[in-house]
Design a protein. Structure first.
Ligand code: AMP
Length: 531
């Protein structure tokens, strides 16, 4: 016997239809690269999505075909996102900051048939064209000519009927940053996106409602802009999309558009603070700041919280749609001192209902949730990867559905998860582990330190010892002794770096994380003092 309730397939086209029907006039604002701003609505985005779906069919695309975008956040990107899914296709968001070879590999591997791009990326596209073996159509998102997105959709039909199908059909594709080997594709499904969006609305996750005004600084090509374009449609939140991440532009948008929610990697917030320090300004109506992608330093969390902003520290991966955990407030939050509240927020939080975590030791034994033992972090749930796209196939999970994240974490008895490191970045000193993340984040709390990276350097006695690379804030004269003194009561004595080296800048990945692999390669055989 089965139950007696309706079970329509969960499709993302129902999301955009819902947004258009129930929240039609709610605004979608785009700040374009040329400095102009345009205003659209959920109803207009839905109409443009239908026209784009019709245009794709006219171009000969069929169910399951991939449509690539090389683009920043804007209203046309949003319409293409829903339109590609609506014709049964798969929207493949490509990160324009990747190297040429990676871009060519990813687009060919995905077998993309259409490539939509922002005019600012035209030089990248021109260089790629001779190497792209599957792309048949190139469309400029912000082009005013016949080959432009606007012209294409203006020629098309509003009456297109969405392609229907299973909720398990794919609708999105995103490649991992690929710090080792080739990038791998993560193929999202209609169902996984809807369930992820439902989970992300909760007060303990994004805390979204119709009244929310969300400016995702995180790009749409970085793990679905953390799912914001889906979650916002579900509640009819206003979206503010920016083609540039320049701090002064973002602050102005925050103020002028009444932004209540924003999300970005720590480097974005650092750049925004630097601009605020130099030019003044305020947070406007900002109420909730989601920080993820790498560990949010304590000093950053404190600064936002002191300004009265709720910080939602999130952990996730391309493979987890991307929300894995997020910092929900514990029941006794209101009774905690400010410092204890910050202690809570620096950890990465809990899984929303649906996902589960566990940690394992090197012999694959499940570790206790005791708040001290760290181990390999695994996750499973309805928005977590099962297999990578294409011939990289084979299951990404074990027989019980657990996906090994490559992160090292501690699970606390109250359910809170704390990332201690990326497995590859842990510094192994005399058989014990030093968390490079904790060391770095303690160091950036020291006045005069703009950014810091801790790497394990070969040591004849201890196997590895930490070297701390530091970028000073402009005009600062902070020295090694200052930083060591500052760290002395924040980390164990044997964690203190053997040397602090000042550098002009640190390398970053295409999603704004410090490129540890490059630093490890550069400094592996560095001679530390006394080694
Ligand atoms: P990506 O798939 O490129 O977004 O990278 C995912 C990886 O980023 C994770 O496996 C973590 O190593 C790291 N990461 C994401 N969020 C956090 C966080 N809040 N704290 C520490 N590491 C994080």
């Amino acid at each position: 016997m089965i139950g007696a309730m309706q079970a329509p397939p969960l499709r993302v086209t129902d999301l955009i239809d819902h947004a258009a029907r129930e929240h039609g006039p709610r605004e979608i604002v785009t700040r374009w690269a040329d400095g102009t701003t345009s205003r659209s609505t959920w109803a207009e985005v839905a109409r443009d999505a239908r026209r784009f779906a019709a245009a794709l069919v006219d171009l000969g695309l069929a169910r399951g075909d991939r449509v690539a975008t090389l683009a920043m956040n804007h209203g046309h990107h949003l319409a293409a996102w829903y339109g590609a899914a609506g014709m049964g296709g798969v929207l493949h968001t490509v990160n324009p900051r990747l190297f040429h070879e990676q871009l060519a590999y990813i687009i060919n591997h995905a077998g993309d048939r259409v490539l939509l791009y922002d005019a600012m990326f035209a030089p990248i596209v021109e260089k790629l064209k001779p190497e792209l073996t599957t792309v048949e159509h190139f469309i400029v998102f912000d082009g005013s000519g016949e080959d432009g997105f606007r012209a294409l959709i203006d020629r098309s039909d509003d009456g297109f009927e969405w392609v229907t199908g299973s909720e398990r059909d794919p609708c999105g594709l995103c490649y991992t940053s690929g710090t080792t080997g080739h990038p791998k594709g993560v193929l999202y499904e209609h169902r996984s996106n809807i369930i992820h969006a439902l989970a992300s609305l909760q007060p303990d996750v994004f805390d979204l409602s119709t009244r929310s005004v969300f400016l995702p600084v995180v790009p749409m090509f970085h793990a679905n802009a953390w799912g914001v374009p889906y979650a916002a449609a579900m509640v009819g939140a206003k979206l503010v999309l920016s083609c540039t991440n320049e701090a002064d532009v973002l602050w102005r948008l925050f103020r002028d558009e009444g932004v209540t929610h924003s999300a970005g990697v720590p480097t974005v917030w650092l750049a925004m603070f630097a601009d605020m320090d130099a030019n003044g300004g305020d947070y406007g109506r900002l109420r909730r700041a989601v920080i993820g992608g790498s560990a949010a330093p304590r000093a950053m969390i404190e600064r936002l919280m002191r300004a009265g902003i709720e910080v939602a520290h999130a952990w996730g991966m391309t493979e987890t749609s991307p929300i894995g955990t997020i910092g929900s407030r514990p029941g006794d939050w209101d009774d905690l001192s400010f410092d204890r509240q910050v202690d809570v927020v620096v950890k990465q939080g809990r899984v929303p209902y649906g996902a589960e975590l566990r940690t394992l030791d090197d012999d694959d034994r499940v570790l206790p949730r005791d708040g001290v033992t760290s181990g390999r972090l695994q996750i499973r749930g309805p928005w977590i990867i099962e297999t990578y796209f294409g011939d990289d196939g084979g299951p990404a999970i074990d027989a019980d559905g657990w996906f090994d994240t490559g992160d090292v974490a501690i699970l606390h008895p109250d359910g809170v998860m704390q990332i201690t490191d990326r497995a590859k970045d842990v510094i192994k000193s005399g058989g014990e582990w030093i968390s490079s993340i904790e060391l770095e984040n303690a160091a950036v709390g020291c006045a005069g330190v703009a950014e810091a990276a801790a790497v394990g350097v070969h040591h004849p006695k201890w196997d590895e010892r930490p070297l701390l690379l530091v970028v000073r804030k402009p005009g600062s004269t902070v020295c090694e002794a200052d930083i060591l003194a500052y760290l002395s009561d924040k980390v164990a004595k044997w964690w203190l770096p053997d040397e602090i080296k000042f550098v002009a800048e640190l390398p970053h990945t295409a999603t704004g994380k410090i490129l540890k692999r490059a630093l490890r390669d550069e400094y592996r055989d560095y001679r530390l003092p006394g080694a």
